[in-house]
Design a protein around this ligand. Sequence first.
Ligand SMILES: [Ca+2]
Ligand SMILES: [Ca+2]
Length: 77
Amino acid sequence: MATEQELQSLFNTLDRDQDGKVSINELFLSPGLSAVISAETNTGSPQELLVQYDLDEDGSITFEELKEAVEKANNLT
Ligand SMILES: [Ca+2]
Ligand SMILES: [Ca+2]
């Protein structure tokens, strides 16, 4: 479980180039944080997260997309 604030700080850490999106490469660069994201979204891997929740299919996860994924997994507190 995570709060929106915790998610935001996780997201900001993952977004290394600070373009407002977390790409699959950025997920692979931080395996520990990726594992947290996988757990919070009930997905098995960054690829699965992208397949299921990259709603506009740009290859990156925005904070809105991440939040929705965590909400759908019932892990947002
Ligand atoms: Ca980025
Ligand atoms: Ca996207």
